[in-house]
Design a protein around this ligand. Structure first.
Ligand SMILES: *Cc1c(COP(=O)(O)O)cnc(C)c1O
Length: 455
């Protein structure tokens, strides 16, 4: 080990790294070699030289560093890509985030009085103003919101849910499991495609606490399908002294015909139909940071606020800073689609996306004149478990490489480059979807492409 460590001193690349990083990597490499020797596994010739061991350690450190969070250029066309962090924050949100993060902030001090204040009060007031809700509460994500609600309002009691709404979302969120983790008992009613109001009615007993409606965010039951709406369910719930909960999932806040076209319920509409409370994510169709938002009548939200679990699920100042700035944009109806990247990407016209694709094709052919790039119209999806039914028309730049193998190689190089670029492969061609690309990313994408191609 000492010999290795002293050899590191003369290695330009390794010697600049923290000592702990180097010795960890060296130890792992040496342990691994020892293991191979013990098992009599054949070693490559020269595997035991200092140079070979240093090279393995350097590769290991590089592989580890590649797992850092890093900027990604999203050319997949999927706008709310859960793997890529869902919503991109608006300029205003990023600025507020930076301001609040770089010093102390008024998180729990009411500056007007100098007294202790309530965390999140401003964002909650904005949410009420924007949706007509009486009261609001913000937690870590919508999974947390749902769990808190079930635990706080229906522990040990039955919650009635239609079989058509027993959703699973990526990342191990399955409604039946969330329900049992929240300590309540799932009472399934109806069938996958049809649930009638009478199915709910017949399931009500003295063990029932709540009727839960779940937005089928990432799928639609279409065709011979039917289920009662929020107004009908609320009526039934209230006639029986039950709580009505609508898990909206995506949380479309903007009052816009875009959602009507998608049959995407808005938050305000659900509250207006009578739900005692609703929940949704901050980073799906709202276009803000990861958060879970609960809105509803004051009595219900206050009960949840007092739950000891609420403390464990509360959001931090960075989330609140970004959320406040995002919600402020919604105060002026003409701003969201212009300033919130998620809404801008979803609502951008095909003509405008096509112009960007054409610009990208030109930038790429200027850099690699011997390659072939064409602009094509295709379809992309909102993603993130939002708006699954309607593909969004989009424009892509298709690069036709000489072989399928070459397409794979270049896409993999671009994915591991800096900045990383994610693209799709279809029929041995590489597709760069302009809908999820920002205008200022085109040159970065070109540079990444050239680096991968060595052009
Ligand atoms: C996305 C979603 C969730 C989970 O929300 P997170 O914010 O990702 O925790 C829960 N319910 C529905 C209906 C959803 O669409």
């Amino acid at each position: 080990m000492t010999a290795l460590l002293s050899a590191v001193q003369s290695d330009a690349q390794l010697s600049s790294l923290p000592r702990a990083v180097i010795s960890n990597a060296l130890r792992a490499v040496v342990d691994n070699l020892r293991d191979q020797l013990r098992k009599n596994e054949p070693l490559a010739s020269g595997a035991l030289t200092v140079a070979a061991i240093l090279a393995l350690a350097a590769a290991q450190i590089a592989a580890q560093r590649a797992r850092r969070l890093t900027r990604v250029i999203n050319a997949t066309g999927v706008i709310l890509h859960t793997g890529l962090g869902r919503s991109v924050l608006s300029e205003a949100a990023v600025q507020r985030l930076t301001q609040v993060a770089s010093g102390y902030c008024s998180l729990e001090i009411d500056l007007a009085t100098g007294e202790r204040g309530q965390r999140g009060r401003y964002a909650e007031a904005l949410l009420c103003q924007l949706t007509g809700a009486e009261s609001a509460m913000i937690v870590n994500n919508n999974a947390a919101a749902t769990m808190l609600a079930l635990r706080g309002l229906a522990a040990g009691k039955e919650v009635i849910v239609s079989r058509g709404q027993l959703i699973e979302i990526g990342g191990s969120y399955r409604l039946p499991d969330v329900m049992s983790a929240g300590g309540s008992i799932l009472k399934e009613v109806g069938t996958t495609n049809k649930t009638h109001l009478s199915d709910y009615e017949e399931a009500i007993s003295d063990r029932t606490a709540m009727i839960m409606h779940v937005h089928t965010s990432n799928y639609r039951v279409v065709g011979f399908a039917e289920s009662p709406g929020i107004a009908e369910l609320t009526q039934l719930a209230h006639d029986n002294n039950l709580i009505m909960f609508d898990d909206l999932g995506s949380g479309a806040l903007l009052d816009d015909e875009m959602w009507a076209r998608e049959h995407e319920p808005t938050v305000a509409a659900s509250l207006k139909a009578g739900a005692d409370f609703v929940s949704f994510s901050g980073d799906k169709l709202l276009g803000g940071p990861q958060a879970g938002i609960l809105l509803g009548n004051k009595a219900t939200i206050d009960r949840l606020r007092r739950d000891p679990m609420a403390r464990a699920l509360r959001v931090d100042k960075l989330t609140l800073a970004a959320l406040e700035a995002t919600l402020e944009i919604y105060l002026s109806p003409d701003r969201p689609k212009a300033e919130i990247p998620t809404l801008a990407a979803l609502s951008e016209s095909l003509e405008s996306v096509t112009l960007r694709a054409e610009r990208l094709a030109k930038v790429l052919s200027d850099a690699a004149p011997s390659e072939s790039f064409t602009v094509e119209r295709l379809e992309s999806f909102a993603g993130g478990g939002s708006l699954p039914a309607r593909p969004i028309p989009t424009a892509v730049v298709r690069w036709q490489p000489s072989s399928a193998h070459r397409a794979e190689t270049i896409v993999s190089r671009m994915r591991t480059g800096n900045p990383a670029v994610l693209a799709r492969i279809k029929d041995a061609a590489v597709l760069f979807d302009a809908r999820s690309l920002a205008g200022h990313e085109l040159e970065l994408l070109r540079d990444a492409f050239c680096a991968a191609l060595a052009c």
